[in-house]
Design a protein around this ligand. Sequence first.
Ligand code: NAD
Length: 391
Amino acid sequence: MFNEEIRFDKPLRWGMIGGGRGSQIGYIHRSAALRDGLFQLVAGAFDINPDRCVDFGTNIGVDASRCYSDYKVMIENESKRDDGIEVVSIATPNKFHFDMTKAALEAGLHVICEKPLCFTVEEAEELKALAEEKDLVIGVTYGYTGYQMIHQARKMIENGDLGEIRIINMQFAHGWHSEEVEKNDPGLKWRVTPEQAGPTYVLGDIGTHALYLAEVMIPELNIEKLMCSRQSFIASRAPLEDNAVVLMNFDNGAVGNLWVSAVNAGGIHEQKIRVVGSKASIEWWDEHPNQLIYEVQGQPKQLLDRGHGYLYHDDQAVTSDRIGCGHAEGLFESWSNLYQRYAIAIDAKIRGDKEAGDIWYPDVNAGLEGVRFIENCVRSSDNGSVWVDYK
Ligand code: NAD
C-alpha cells in the first residue's frame, strides 16, 4: 500500500518554469507535486507573457514578488534568498529545456524536466555530466510509468513468467491532429515547428513515451539496429512527421516495432505495449491502465487488476497502490507516484543520504535514451529509411 506518512522536516521549496494558464501539462505537474505534501509551490516563471504569469501565479497562491517575468531572473533572485527554491519543474515548449535545465543545475537546483529532455545526445550527456558533478537530481516526466501495472509487468518479465522475450509491439497513435488543427490554434503550432519542437514531432512528443514503457518493463533490452519511416500526412508539417513506423532489432535477438501517429483518425490515445515471450504475452493499454492482459499459450486469457493480492508484493505495483483494488486510479495517481519518488530522491540528496535516494524514477538516463532514440530514427529516415546501427 502507498505510504502517505513519508514526510520531510519541510516540504521541498519548488518553482515552475512554464505550465501557465491554459497550458496542456502545467496542472498535472502541480496536482502531482502538491498531492502528498512533499513540495510547496513558492515561485514561478509560468508564462512567456509576464503579465499573465503574475495574474496566473497569484491566482494559484504564489506571492506576486515571486512570479517572475523570466526564468533567468527567477533563478538569480531565488538563489539569493535563504528560503529560495530547491527544485524547479520545466514545462515549456521543447526548445527551452536544455538552456533552462542547464541554468538551473548551474545554480544548484534539482530539476524535473518535461520530455524530450533536449534536442541532441550531446546536450543530454552534458546535462547528465553536470548533474553528476553537482550531485543533483534530474527527473524526466515520463508520466505513464508511475502506473502500478507497468511495474507488475516488469516484475513478471524479470521472473521469467513470459519466458524468453521475442517481440515488443509498441504504439502511441492518436487522431487529434488528422487535420491541420494548428492553423486555427497557434498554441499547437510550436509542436510542428522544428526550431521549437526539435528534430521530430510525434517521435519525440509521444513515441518516446511508448519506448520508455518498454525500457521500464525490460531494463536490460538494448536496441542494436533500427529502421524508421516517417511521413508528414499534413504536408505543411514537413520536415516534421505526424506519423512514423520504427522497426528495431534488440541485442538478445528480440525484435520490436513502434507505430506513432497524430493522424490515426478516430484514435483517442491508443498507447499500448504488447510483450511477447516464448511462454506467454502481456499487453497494457493506457486507456485501461489498471489492467494488464496476461495470455499464457494454451490457457484462457487473464485480466490482472491493480491492487490485488496476486500481484508481486515486493514491488512498486503494490507500494504505489493508493486506494486498494476495485477503485479506479488514473494518470493523476501515476504522476503523483513519480513526483513522490522525485521528492524522495531530492530530499535524500539534500540530506546526503545515499541509501534513501537509491530508488527507481525516470531520471536523466531516461531523458538521454529518449533523445538517443529520436536521433537514430532521424538518421535512418533521412537516409532513405535504411537500417542503421544504433549509436
Ligand atoms: P503548451 O504550449 O500548452 O504550454 C506551454 C507553457 O509554457 C505556456 O504556459 C507558455 O506560456 C509557457 N512558456 C513558453 N515559453 C516560456 C518561457 N520561455 N518561459 C516561461 N514559460 C514559457 O505546452 P504543453 O503542451 O503544456 O507542453 C509543454 C511541455 O510538456 C513540452 O515539452 C511537451 O512535450 C511536454 N508534454 C509532456 C506531456 C507528458 O505526458 N509528459 C504531455 C504534454 C506535453
